[in-house]
Design a protein. Structure first.
Length: 416
């Protein structure tokens, strides 16, 4: 059945899934490790603001990329952006070679490569909606999520093995893969999206389109629900990371003894392995269950799993809690992603997807706040907070689904 569903996908969707796999693989294999490189070259004090600047500029670039994709089409933006990304990888390889060996030049190319990756992301994501039918989207987003996790695992392994001794060859390999993406875009991707005629477009500048996006009340509810759920996942690198490091010492594991940092790594590995093993299988098992039930059940399991983590010191319970939130993640994420297609106007599709990037920024802000309050908020209260986040997420999802079902033709009016 899974093979039949894949074969039924539009050729553009197959090309886009492959494209995103290799783009994510190159980013994962290179960018996290370059941060380590810059800390060694510039120092942590100087590198921190540079990375923050890169993140802010990347988000702004995604807004412009979304607007350009809606105005000029997906393929043109992807093609130009990927060619420039390829040039940046070549520049990084030259800057990191023994001939030049310039950390400053390497950062400049790293900075622009991040901007370009963010600028083409809305067009990349819009293709999933442009060329899919509503009944395909749950499977499509499940497959996309599964491939993304696979690319992260492979990219992390490649970067981890080759970064220290073979940075130049790692960057050259990333450039080769980027050139392969250019080939894929040029010869395998057809642009079926037809932009409005120039005089028929309401958007006169980048901000006018986003003003329309932000007036869509359903989208804003969706964005808040997304921030709340994603903020739970990011707790693994914020509050929970500190909590494990500070409170878990010498936890027995067979004939070994694990500290909090190692336990955190073990739990994250468990999460990734379960996603890869069960992602497509679980979709098949739950095919006959309504999406509403899967969404509510998924968010409930997700928040409960995370609520157990700060209040338990037993390794077996932590492993079970991780399995719990992973099952919840596999249930709710594809439905959450597919829901967005029902909330947005076609001619602003890429701009909605770019604005949806606020989900990650908002979750990151909550993560930073949780770190700042670590000394004053007890693990018990933090567990309650995770449950409250889950309850509010379900409340917003319920409100969205109710309005979509009762007034399916009023989405356009939400932004008016």
């Amino acid at each position: 059945m899974v093979i039949h569903m894949f074969q039924s996908l539009h050729p553009n969707l197959k090309a886009r899934l492959g494209l995103n796999f290799f783009q994510k693989l190159t980013q994962t294999a290179v960018f996290p490790f370059l941060t380590i490189y810059f800390v060694r070259q510039f120092g942590a004090t100087e590198t921190g603001p540079l990375i923050v600047l890169t993140m802010i500029a990347s988000f702004i670039a995604s807004l412009f990329g979304g607007q350009l994709s809606d105005r000029y089409g997906r393929k043109r933006i992807l093609f130009i952006g990927e060619i420039l990304r390829f040039a940046c990888y070549i520049g990084m390889a030259i800057a990191g070679s023994h001939v030049i060996d310039s950390a400053t030049l390497l950062f400049i190319f790293f900075f622009f490569s991040n901007l370009l990756s963010s600028a083409i992301t809305p067009a990349n994501e819009a293709i999933l909606i442009d060329d899919s039918r509503p009944e395909q989207r749950k499977y499509l987003y499940t497959l996309s999520y599964w491939l993304m996790n696979g690319s992260i695992v492979i990219g992390s392994l490649i970067g981890g093995f080759f970064f220290e001794q073979h940075l130049f060859y790692l960057l050259v390999s990333a450039a080769i893969l980027s050139f392969g993406c250019v080939f894929l875009i040029s010869f395998k991707l057809e642009d079926n999206y037809k932009p409005l005629p120039r005089k028929g477009q309401k958007t006169t500048n980048v901000w006018t389109g986003y003003q329309t996006v932000m007036r869509n009340q359903l989208f804003l509810k969706y964005l808040v629900a997304g921030i709340l759920t994603l903020s739970l996942e990011l707790q693994l690198t914020h509050y929970l990371a500190i909590h494990f490091a500070e409170t878990l010492h010498a936890v027995p594991f067979f004939h070994f003894s694990l500290d909090g940092t190692k336990i955190l790594g073990l739990l994250r590995a468990e999460n990734t392995i379960l996603v890869l093993l069960l992602g497509l299988v679980l979709m098949r098992w739950t095919k006959s269950i309504s999406e509403r039930a899967l969404l509510y059940t998924g968010v409930t399991l997700f928040s409960l799993g995370f609520a157990i983590l700060p209040v338990s010191h037993d390794l077996s319970m932590l492993v079970l809690a991780t399995a719990c939130f992973t099952f919840g993640e596999l249930l709710y994420v594809p439905i959450h992603q597919a829901m967005l297609a029902r909330l947005i106007e076609d001619h602003l599709r890429s701009q909605y997807l770019a604005a949806n990037g606020l989900r990650y920024r908002g979750a990151l802000l909550i993560g930073a706040i949780s770190v700042s309050t670590y000394d004053v908020v007890s693990p018990g209260w933090m567990a309650m907070t995770y449950i409250v986040f889950g309850i509010f997420s379900i409340f917003y999802y319920r409100s969205i689904l109710k309005q979509l079902n009762e007034f399916p033709s009023t989405i356009e009016n939400q932004a008016s």
